[in-house]
Design a protein around this ligand. Structure first.
Ligand code: LLP
Length: 419
């Protein structure tokens, strides 16, 4: 459920008309609903209530805007970070260090140092060489790094290949069969304290079976590791639960169904569970608001050309992702068209031969379910400024990232004086 609805024939984000935002901020612009973020945060927490008091660490990569992170901090959420930048954003948004977990295959010594200084809750270590580097950095600083190994359980996630992470051919995690060896190594390293285990098999999962299979494998491994003398106090089950994008597709499993599956799969584990949801919390809490520049008749199809492009929302061109297209002031008619942006690539296509509301030049359009992996993946390709972001709460709203002036974009380059 979200809070983007028609009021008197005009789409609003909670109590604010998208026409007002478009007039005052310009387009394209991302618009987020606080009520939706808060609701999803609460629904996910309630779904996991049967598993004790888990640490829910929002996957910052899904939407790193500081205002969004601050909203989640107020909900008691922690953060799953994968870079120094994400760690600093999470801290700047008020997320306590003891609710932060650091994931990622390529942590550098500098990033490890920063995280150790901050005193984060856990490093999810993805290889033995990483464990060795982290131990060395910690020893140098006179600290002990609390770690879990992220295990690659070799299950097929059944999602898009580019966002599957739990197969043995993927770069993520320690191979299942090397896990015992990796834990033995870590236990012998002076700068580490082994505290748990972690797994994350992919994103936008629309079936619970691969998750269940992964968790069962992790449960079996935990027994083996404990028998070898390791103390496991945490189990981080990652993120990955899918959200509805295309209304014609079956609904993904609900957070409640996920929670029940988790409670069953982890029964008797005797750990503090951790979760790293991203998309589930913020996807439906955001739209990309755009204006139609013009309609163009092509030889094979008609094109609706909008002022948002693949640099603002990469998902359709990168993963052939579907984002529902809605009119801000629908007239009730429909049309079939191909919706494209101004960028000079054929991949700059949001929808091909799709039946949408009827659009004319100057109409406002939204791409729905764009709150996750939207603004965060934007680029300045074609020298287009980074997309601004707006956060709405009731009838209040603020620009939470201003439109980047083109002058700033250009001033970022330096032309050497020897040229
Ligand atoms: N934990 C780890 C270690 C991750 O790598 C990810 C996502 C998450 C948690 C959060 O997963 P979620 O709950 O959002 O599914 N750009 C792609 C998605 C990439 C996901 C990367 N990792 C997209 O737009 O679909």
């Amino acid at each position: 459920m979200d809070h983007f609805e028609l009021i008197d024939g005009v789409m609003h984000a909670e109590g604010v008309s998208l026409e007002t935002i478009a007039e005052q901020v310009g387009t394209p612009v991302y618009v987020y609903s606080t009520a939706t973020i808060e609701r999803h945060a609460q629904v996910f927490r309630e779904a996991l209530a049967a598993t004790g008091d888990p640490l829910i660490a929002f996957a910052v990569k899904a939407n790193p805007n500081r205002a969004v992170l601050a909203t989640l901090a107020k909900q008691g959420y922690g953060a799953d970070v994968v870079s120094a930048g994400e760690l600093m954003r999470a801290r700047a948004a008020g997320i306590p260090a003891d609710r932060i977990v650091f994931s990622g295959v390529g942590k550098t010594a500098d990033e490890m140092r920063l995280a150790l200084e901050e005193g984060i809750f856990q490093f999810n270590v993805e290889s033995e060489p990483e464990a060795e580097m982290l131990s060395a950095v910690a020893v140098e600083m006179g600290k002990i790094a609390p770690i879990a190994f992220r295990i690659n359980p070799d299950v097929i996630a059944g999602t898009h290949a580019k966002i599957s992470t739990g197969g043995k051919e993927n770069k993520f995690g320690v191979a299942y069969d090397r896990a015992v060896q990796a834990y033995a190594l870590a236990a012998a390293l002076p700068g580490l304290r082994v505290q748990g285990i972690a797994v994350h098999i992919g994103s936008q999962l629309t079936n619970l079976d691969p998750l269940r299979a992964a968790f069962e494998k992790i449960g079996a491994l935990m027994a083996e590791l404990r028998a070898a003398g390791h103390v496991l106090a945490t189990a981080d089950l990652g993120g990955g639960l899918g959200v509805p994008y295309d209304p014609a597709e079956p609904l993904p499993p609900s957070p409640a169904a996920y929670g029940q599956m988790v409670a069953k799969a982890t029964k008797g584990w005797n750990v503090r569970l951790m979760f790293e949801p991203g998309r589930l919390i913020v996807a439906n809490a955001g739209v990309l608001l755009s204006r139609v520049i013009r309609i163009k008749q092509g030889a094979a199809n008609d094109f609706v050309i909008v002022d948002a492009a693949m640099n603002d929302l990469m998902r359709p061109s990168l993963y052939d992702a579907w984002h529902d297209i809605r009119a801000v002031r629908p007239r009730g008619d429909t049309m079939s068209s191909t919706v494209v942006g101004p960028v000079c690539e054929t991949g700059d296509t949001f929808a091909t031969n799709r039946v949408t509301p009827d659009f004319e030049a100057d109409d406002l359009m939204v791409f729905a379910t764009a709150g996750a992996y939207g603004a965060t993946m934007a680029s300045t390709y074609n020298s287009r400024a980074l997309t601004p972001e707006v956060l709405v709460k009731g009838d209040k709203w603020s620009v939470v990232r201003a439109r980047q002036p083109l002058e700033t974009l250009i001033a970022g380059d330096n032309v050497p004086d020897w040229l």
